[in-house]
Ligand binder design. Structure first.
Ligand SMILES: [Zn+2]
Length: 83
C-alpha cells in the first residue's frame, strides 16, 4: 500500500497504487482534466500558468496532471498523450 495525498482536498489516504486524487474528488478531477483538455484543443501552445489562469485553478493542479503522465509538457507547452 502507498501513502497518497489528494491534490484537491489534501486528504491523506492509502491505495495499492500511487494516486493523487481521493475517491471523493475523482469526479471533480475528471471534470477538471476534461476542461484542461478542452482548453488545450483551443489553445494548443498554452503553458501551465495560462491554463490555470483561464480555468481559475492553481498552476500546481495543472502541473500535477503532468506528473501523473496524463499531460506531457514539451518546451513549455502541452501535448495530448496518445491513448
Ligand atoms: Zn480529495
Amino acid at each position: 500500500m502507498h501513502l497518497c495525498m489528494c491534490r484537491h482536498c489534501h486528504k491523506v489516504f492509502r491505495h495499492r497504487m500511487i494516486k493523487s486524487v481521493c475517491e471523493e474528488c475523482k469526479a471533480l478531477d475528471d471534470e477538471l482534466f476534461a476542461r484542461i483538455e478542452q482548453y488545450l484543443l483551443e489553445y494548443p501552445n498554452s503553458n501551465a500558468i495560462q491554463i490555470a489562469d483561464a480555468l481559475k485553478i492553481q498552476p500546481l493542479e495543472v502541473i500535477s496532471f503532468i506528473d501523473e503522465g496524463r499531460l506531457t509538457m514539451v518546451e513549455g507547452t502541452f501535448e495530448r498523450l496518445e491513448d
